[in-house]
Design a protein around this ligand. Structure first.
Ligand SMILES: Cc1ncc(COP(=O)(O)O)c(C=O)c1O
Length: 395
């Protein structure tokens, strides 16, 4: 039966991580991975999470299944963080999902089942799993232009030109709420406003992937784009994640949400989301969502979370400043100040595949071939060596 089975193409980022582990260089640097690292290069458990887990250990009385849509307290808290009062709660159909990936997949399945074969338009580039997930759900994807020729800044006009002419009414437009992965290049609030008007006018359905709330400018600030869309578009899709902002990567905590024009449609949408969940994984895991719900139900733990999230955000911003100053000090002729305008964990550096290759083979510095770096992989201890190495491969 399996005679014709071929191996799947290797995952570029995982392949780099494996090569990194095998590399004996004592000062090797991994900027390829997609998780937050602190100053000492660790991906820590947040203190608010540890305390919530302690409380859960004491109070939890059962491991019975959750409902198909997950924990109600979790959904309420997640909904408040995403939407605040930008939309009436009874117009939001939401289910808890296994991570943001699960959120994207549940929304994709919902779209494939409920809408008449729309094309999903994604930015070029986008998180590569987007394309995997939509195609696994049977949806066609196309790209809209996003970056200018330097590949480090937004070409908003090109984005608008594509979205005003290429998609057909009813198509889905995937947008990263903030901290665009892989580029770090985001829209300004004004640009979100302009985009929202265009999507509403052309009857295009926004789908917002919100994987990094709080990693850009702050929890509220990062939701500004989503809220601007809601001011113009009365139907919208969202996939949310607590992997990054709570450091709950392996606990798989996310959301899939459908904003509908009225409350009755939201009831139908929840039932359809639940049908998708039932056929995929039946019901979501409890622990991570219980942690988030416990933290967000307690003022002190919420304050601690805000503090810890700010510390992560500020550390990344400091490393961005360090890189710009360090690259200039190491003699770079190129202006790297675009790194300060990009936000979140990732940045497109403008480095070519060949330069990334050289950095890996000559300096044991691991960067994805697109030139995307995880800024959180930069630490005060590796910054100088990194800047000197980058300058050594610039032409
Ligand atoms: C843009 C984007 N969406 C969704 C996700 C999914 O995150 P997770 O499934 O770990 O919550 C990620 C994670 O890297 C991401 O970068």
């Amino acid at each position: 039966m399996f005679e014709t089975l071929k191996p799947a193409p290797p995952d570029a980022i995982l392949g780099l991580s494996e090569a990194f582990v095998a590399d004996p260089h004592p000062a090797k640097i991994n900027l390829a991975v997609g998780v937050y690292k602190d100053e000492s290069g660790q991906t820590p458990v947040l203190k608010c999470v540890k305390e919530a887990e302690r409380r859960l250990l004491e109070t939890e009385t059962t491991k019975t299944y959750l409902g198909i849509d997950g924990l109600a307290d979790y959904r309420r808290a997640a909904g408040e963080l995403l939407f605040a009062d930008a939309v009436a709660a009874d117009r939001v159909a939401m289910v808890q999902t296994p991570g943001g990936t699960g959120g994207v997949r549940v929304v994709a399945d919902f779209v494939a089942a409920q809408l008449p074969a729309p094309t999903v338009w994604v930015s070029n580039p986008t998180w590569e799993n987007h394309i995997n997930i939509f195609s696994a759900a049977g949806l066609e994807t196309q790209t809209y232009r996003y970056l200018d020729g330097s590949k480090t800044r937004l070409d908003f006009q090109a984005m608008l030109d594509d979205l005003s002419s290429k998609p057909r009414p009813g198509d889905v437009i995937l947008l990263h709420a903030c901290c665009h992965n892989p580029t770090g290049v985001d829209l300004s609030t004004e640009q979100w406003g302009q985009l929202a008007g265009l999507l509403a006018e052309r009857r295009l359905l926004p789908m917002v992937d919100f994987a990094y709330q709080g990693f850009g400018q702050g929890l509220e600030e990062d939701a500004a784009g989503l809220r601007r869309l809601l001011a113009e578009c009365n139907e919208l899709l969202v996939a949310g994640s607590f992997s990054k902002n709570f450091g709950l990567y392996s606990e798989r905590v996310g959301t899939a949400a459908v904003v509908t024009a009225d409350a009755a449609t939201a009831v139908a949408a929840v039932s359809q989301l639940k049908r998708t969940v039932r056929a995929n994984y039946s019901n979501p895991p409890r622990h991570g969502a219980a942690i988030v719900a416990t933290v967000l139900a307690d003022a002190e733990l919420t304050a601690l979370w805000h503090q810890e999230l700010s510390a992560m955000r500020l550390r990344i911003a400091e490393m961005r400043r360090g890189l710009v100053a360090g690259l200039a000090a190491a003699g770079a002729e190129r202006d790297f100040s675009f790194l300060l305008d990009q936000t979140g964990m990732f940045s497109y550096t403008g480095l070519t595949p060949m330069q990334c290759d050289q950095l890996r083979s000559q300096q044991s510095i691991y960067i994805v071939g697109s030139g995307r770096i995880n800024v959180a992989g930069v630490t005060p201890a590796n910054l100088d060596r990194l800047c000197e190495a980058i300058v050594s491969v610039l032409e």
